[in-house]
Design a protein around this ligand. Sequence first.
Ligand SMILES: Cc1cc2nc3c(=O)[nH]c(=O)nc-3n(C[C@H](O)[C@H](O)[C@H](O)COP(=O)(O)O)c2cc1C
Length: 229
Amino acid sequence: MNRRKFMTRTLAAGATVSIASAPANASNGKPVKILGISCSPREGKTTATAVKASLDAARRVDSRIKVELIDLGGLEISGWSSGAKTTEGRQITDGFDLILPKLRDPNVGGWIIGSPVYFRSMSALCKVFLERCAVLRKPKLLLADTVVGVLAVGAFRNGGQELVIEQVQTVLLCHEVMVVGGKPGAHQGATLWNAYKDDITKDEFGMDTARKLGIRVAEAALRLAPKKD
Ligand SMILES: Cc1cc2nc3c(=O)[nH]c(=O)nc-3n(C[C@H](O)[C@H](O)[C@H](O)COP(=O)(O)O)c2cc1C
């Protein structure tokens, strides 16, 4: 996917929400951005829908919260390779480079990251994305104190959703992020069951956990935002 198509798609998702009336004393007057990252190769499918529901709930928590969905579906991203440098003097140019500026935005206070369950593990796309995020650790830990909530979608009720959540949390702890679960009922994160032919909105329990995750991430990000200044 080229840059133009990526930008068009991101804007079409209508994911960036402007704040009309942020209170003067809000997070030192600054908005707090929550990025939703969908790590399914299937663009706009169940994982993306669930992440978007989580973002919508986060946005409703407070007028200071801005949200943006990054759907990795359709992007070609290679994993870390010692031969192909991925920092400033690099050769690699792929989908990750398109989204890197969004990840480096200093206003980002939280991530809601979602992966489909693939053989009781995170998707390969999720893994390569996380490997490439190594560039966010140097020269300083850019994600330190960023609030992270995780969501997983599987085709089975007990398909490995909680395992996937744990795997993603484990990786991101290397960045000194603040891992959170959801509000009660979504203790570890959001767990969704794709039992209705890709209409994930019919999984009422799972969608509820997605919303509870978004609320918790937003609340925690608002509290931690001043620490990130
Ligand atoms: C290679 C592969 C492995 C899968 N393994 C599992 C699994 O172990 N457990 C599960 O519940 N679902 C599994 N699924 C189903 C997906 O997790 C499920 O369809 C999910 O909704 C896909 O997300 P998407 O709609 O965002 O692409 C697997 C699907 C694929 C393609």
